[in-house]
Design a protein around this ligand. Structure first.
Ligand code: CA
Length: 238
């Protein structure tokens, strides 16, 4: 089935260019030129992905992103921005965009990023039979993107959730920061390994009993990180 992509971009030439090249991939493309009408379209539930410009007249891209994230259905967002500082880049990911592209960007890169996000979403939804992971006290509900520890619900940002979901689905396997960037953040984030560290630290602060002595998200010195294997998996209990 053809993917449906919403493009929210006020610069008509860029919007047109993006529209043409995404359509070339066989995807259905809808364009909106301001935040309010873009948000209305995004809320329709018809779309598989949103390409969202940060600087928009009226309701800006950050606000659109926040409101899309506040909705119950998960809608992937690729953010476009003219700002290029690293801080803004990290901020864009922090507020819940799935990926981030700085203008001017190449159309090939845009298409590659969109494909990567769609592939990731498909991979996540293909895991339907394991949509609930129980890891000791921790329960990860993949469909509802909810995490509870004991009785308590834990609030995670979109990326923290992706990171945990990825880890938790592969307990015991060691990943380097570069691999985590690749799998969780997607294509083209080379050089942003510190982003992984900061997300790991925040995730630990939220899910570990003692973030200073993590028992779930473990550091493998000189290599990266891994999610703890279930107790007794290789030690026969105790
Ligand atoms: Ca703009």
């Amino acid at each position: 089935m053809s993917k449906k992509i919403l493009v929210i971009e006020d610069e008509r030439e860029i919007a047109r260019l993006v529209e043409i090249h995404l359509r070339d991939q066989g995807w259905e493309v809808t364009v909106r030129n301001d935040g309010a009408s873009g948000l209305a379209a995004a809320s329709s539930g018809r779309f598989d992905l949103v390409v969202l410009d940060l600087m928009l007249p009226g309701v800006d891209g950050l606000e659109v992103c926040r409101r899309i994230r506040a909705a119950s259905d998960y809608l992937p967002i690729l953010m476009l921005t003219a700002r290029s500082s690293e801080l803004d880049r990290v901020l864009g990911l922090e507020i819940g965009a799935d990926d981030y592209l700085t203008k001017p960007f190449s159309v090939r890169e845009l298409v590659a990023r969109v494909k990567a996000i769609l592939r990731r979403e498909e991979a996540l939804s293909d895991r339907a039979p394991e949509s609930r992971l129980e890891l000791g006290e921790l329960t990860v509900d993949m469909d509802r993107r909810q995490v509870t520890k004991g009785e308590q619900e834990i609030e995670l940002t979109a990326k923290e959730f992706d990171l945990l979901a990825f880890f938790a689905a592969h307990p015991g396997r060691v990943y380097s920061r570069a691999e985590l960037l690749d799998h969780v953040w997607g294509y083209g984030h080379g050089g942003y390994e510190h982003t992984v560290n900061s997300h790991i630290n925040r995730l630990r602060a939220k899910i570990e009993d003692d973030p200073g002595k993590p028992e779930l998200v473990l550091t493998v010195w000189g290599v990266g990180y891994k999610f703890a294997e279930p107790a007794g998996a290789d030690e026969g209990g105790s």
